[in-house]
Design a protein around this ligand. Structure first.
Ligand code: FES
Length: 68
């Protein structure tokens, strides 16, 4: 994942910003939005952000599974 790629143009947020929010415990679009303000302007990035959150939480869960 390119952490520097802008995912929300309105708020100038990158994938890295979303990843940081997920790392800090945000697991839904609503929580990421609250933490970063992503998606609270035009909303066009909502789908992309949701997809990224899903991917990041799946990766996290898979890593946790491997550690067991
Ligand atoms: S691109 Fe994210 S709110 Fe507009």
């Amino acid at each position: 994942m390119n952490r520097n790629k802008v995912i929300c143009k309105c708020r100038k947020l990158t994938k890295g910003d979303v990843a940081d929010a997920v790392e800090q415990g945000a697991v839904s679009f609503r929580q990421v939005k609250k933490a970063t303000r992503a998606g609270d302007a035009c909303g066009h990035c909502k789908k992309k952000i949701k997809k990224l959150i899903r991917k990041l939480t799946e990766d996290h869960n898979q890593a946790a599974e491997k550690r067991r």
